[in-house]
Write a protein that binds this ligand. Sequence first.
Ligand code: C2E
Ligand code: MG
Ligand code: MG
Ligand code: MG
Length: 287
Amino acid sequence: NADLAMYEAKMNGRNAVYFFDPDINARHQRRHLLEEGLREAIAGAQLFLQYQPRFDICAKQVLAAEALVRWNHPKQGVISPGEFIPIAEESELIVEIGRFVLNEACCEAAALYRDGYEILISVNLSPRQLRDRDLLRDIHDALSRYDLPPRLLEFEITETYVMENIEQFIPILTQIRELGVRLAVDDFGTGYSSLMYLKKLPVNTVKIDHSFIHDVPGDVDDENLVRAIISMSHNLRLRVVAEGVETAEQLQFLRELHCDEIQGFLLGRPGSTDQLRRLSRPSLIAP
Ligand code: C2E
Ligand code: MG
Ligand code: MG
Ligand code: MG
């Protein structure tokens, strides 16, 4: 097959690059398809949110959930954000997607609140959104449109880009906090994390990246890192969430270190708000 591809490459002259590596060719085609389709996805209601529970270790119940966007493509089926968000981030489309996610998440959080569930919903923010002039107004509008108490909304920002340009982002982050909503640093530990940065940022929460959780307990280096992140964050009066918790051993380890919350497949995969309602009934959470 590779020989055939090589042969075709030679025969096709300047189209050679398309035949040289069939894998790259397939990837290019899919990327092109997604780029083209994304605009329609926003207009045509193909995007939807799933909610992954965050388990409060002290309260022993679900008090928060992360909103995660999915794309139900008419031909390709459900596509994960890991694939299409980076594409959207290269264009203005991420701003529109972000606005959809914000509104949808506030709408669902408000519905839960009306039914008596105090569940904080966290929403991922892209760097491009933080630079958008309308962001603050959009957040304010979404909160008032759905009559959502701001304390039930949190934004997750990934550390890499914010830390690199920290001075530039502090004003907007401070303004967001002044609306009464919360801020979390997502994927903590993967980028330019530094305590000084954490101290400077107006954030409430640190989410430890799943790559540090994967091999604990057992990997002594990772154990020490997780322990250090938790204790340093607590010294700065920040709340700590561990991501990607898949085993009871990980939960026990994190409980001993006084981690505040866990998120991961052990407790629940991303799902509907009905799943959140079921999980949030205190009677269903083991003591
Ligand atoms: P993230 O914000 O770090 O979200 C956590 C990801 O880890 C989710 O993948 C979630 O399904 C996955 N995960 C949760 N628990 C476990 C576990 O126990 N084990 C493993 N292996 N994975 C787990 P997902 O939903 O595919 O999202 C991937 C990334 O896409 C997110 O990472 C976030 O950076 C981005 N993303 C998702 N929704 C949005 C959005 O609305 N806006 C923006 N800007 N980015 C989004
Ligand atoms: Mg996140
Ligand atoms: Mg994360
Ligand atoms: Mg991530």
